[in-house]
Write a protein that binds this ligand. Structure first.
Ligand code: G6P
Length: 372
């Protein structure tokens, strides 16, 4: 009913708008006022074991897998422990190299996905410790894990995951910072700078939600288009993949995400005049990522693409090459997915609505896939 949906037309839209609160709930009580991580739920794995870990493997499916891709960048950066990420359905069948020094991190909103469950069972048989990041209390995956970090997003009803994704990403940051803290890799003030910034992300997300109309207008303008490209680099790459997945899931449109640097190795050949290309631009900074992505925008624009550019608010470098600019709040590169994903969620939800689809119950999909 409309009441259950809090006045929104879809659970999905309601859940998108719940994200500032959901992120705040994920963060709540997980670091103290000195910025030190306090993850009591990790106590079932000894700090000694966490210090000995020499490899991290992340396994998940669908949107949760993209959260895992973001996590890999953050965890390796903060801990310097090699981190792999793999779709759960591929993991155990290739006989992966795991041993008691491997930490397996699994991400699942429902905690019931069969592919993911089978992957962690396999990891445990090999002696790995398993940490679950999950939204559902007492689900099978957390019950079969050594430790669990609940995302506390509240129930997610829409089949296409939104607040599930954002809170998974936030929980992965907490885990990465915690591992860095336990292993003595980062000084307290560095960790504190990140937790301070994390604490500001709910208000950044709210700012984007307050500007939803711009994205809805864009969806109307593009409602007759059937092919969409998403480009990103570094943590913007999994955001591009997630933006494309959302369009496939609920709008049933052909959408592909690419690592922007791969454009020249193939995908640029499919660009045609008028094709919408969404580009997630890394924040301006000392590394060259930002400038390289700006060049990619020029390259697709030169071939006639309609460029929709997600870029931080005071970045003027893209203006000459953008058809539409979606402004993102200023945030560090590693945390940018928490803001950049939001306009893409809004876009997919609105496009699917305009096309007359059942946004909450897309064809052929299930909220939780309990068969392999
Ligand atoms: C299904 C859903 C996806 C979800 C995936 C993983 O395919 O339709 O939206 O991302 O399962 O679900 P999980 O509950 O494990 O996060």
């Amino acid at each position: 009913s409309a009441a259950e949906k809090g006045g929104f037309d879809w659970f999905m839209r309601k859940e998108i708008f719940e994200q500032p609160q959901a992120i705040a709930d994920t963060l709540l009580g997980r670091y103290n006022n000195r910025g030190e991580l306090v993850l009591d739920e990790m106590r079932s794995i000894s700090q000694e074991d966490l210090r000995r870990v020499n490899k991290i493997v992340i396994v998940a499916c669908g949107t949760a897998y993209y959260a895992g891709m973001v996590a890999k960048y953050a965890i390796e950066h903060w801990t310097r422990v090699p981190c792999e990420v793999e779709v759960a359905s591929e993991f155990r069948y290739r006989d992966p190299i795991i041993d008691p020094l491997t930490l397996c991190v699994t991400i699942s909103q429902s905690g019931e996905t069969a592919d993911t469950l089978m992957a962690i069972r396999h990891a445990r048989v090999q002696g790995a410790k398993v940490i679950a990041i999950c939204n559902t209390n007492g689900a099978t995956i957390p019950r079969e894990s050594d430790a669990v970090i609940y995302t506390h997003a509240g129930p997610e009803i829409g089949v296409a995951s939104t607040k599930g994704f954002l809170t998974q990403v936030a929980a992965c940051y907490l885990l990465g910072l915690y591992l860095a803290q336990v292993r003595g890799m980062k000084y307290a003030d560095e960790i504190r700078a990140v937790t301070d910034e994390l604490g500001r992300t709910p208000q950044m997300i709210q700012q984007l939600l307050d500007n939803a109309q711009q994205v809805y207008d864009l969806a109307r303008d593009l409602s007759s288009i059937n092919d969409f490209i998403f480009l990103g680099r570094h943590v913007g790459y999994p955001v591009a993949l997630e933006g494309a997945l959302k369009l496939k899931e609920i709008a049933y449109q052909h959408a592909e995400g690419f690592a922007a640097g791969e454009l020249k190795h193939g995908p640029i050949a499919i660009i045609e005049p008028g094709m919408p290309v969404f580009v997630i631009v890394p924040p301006q900074g000392r590394d060259q990522l930002h400038d390289k992505v700006v060049s990619n925008i020029q390259e697709v624009r030169a071939r006639g693409a309609r460029t929709i550019v997600l870029v931080e608010e005071d970045d003027a470098d893209v203006e000459a090459y953008s058809n539409v600019i979606i402004r993102l709040p200023r945030v560090s590169t590693l945390l940018q997915p928490l803001v950049a994903a939001v306009p893409l969620q809004l876009f997919a939800c609105e496009l699917a609505t305009l096309l007359g689809h059942d946004v909450d119950q897309p064809r052929n999909l299930a909220k939780s896939v309990t068969v392999e």
